[in-house]
Write a protein that binds this ligand. Sequence first.
Ligand code: ZN
Length: 151
Amino acid sequence: MAIYQIVKKGDSILRENARVVKEITPNIIKLLDNMQDTMYAANGVGLAAPQIGISKRVIIVDTGDELLELINPEVLMSEGEQTDTEGCLSVPGLVGDVTRAYKVKVRALNRAGNEIEITGEEITARALQHEIDHLDGVLFIDKAENIKTVE
Ligand code: ZN
């Protein structure tokens, strides 16, 4: 397990379409473990693999209830709308208001290689959408209004 340096805005990997994971290898398990260490060390609620320099479709989210580890996540359904302030570990010093779906259903593989479906609301739905955006090279500042600097 290791804590990685988080890739910052300006690095082209954050603008790439991350690659689909074809097989759950020991390297993918190690990636999930390292992402977990890195996210908790940075006090984040979510992290996408490109943020530690790995262009693969892997995200983790923990908004306080449980750790979600999602490989090749796909949004199956989104519902409603919410607007709230958002930031990103890769975009330090900026926050902005982002409108997203209130609820999403996501299908993915877990670390055992099993297909799972997760439904999240509010902050969990927000974090899932934010992290999945990272896999498509999208940053919250692309969608945010009222962008402000913070300490
Ligand atoms: Zn982010």
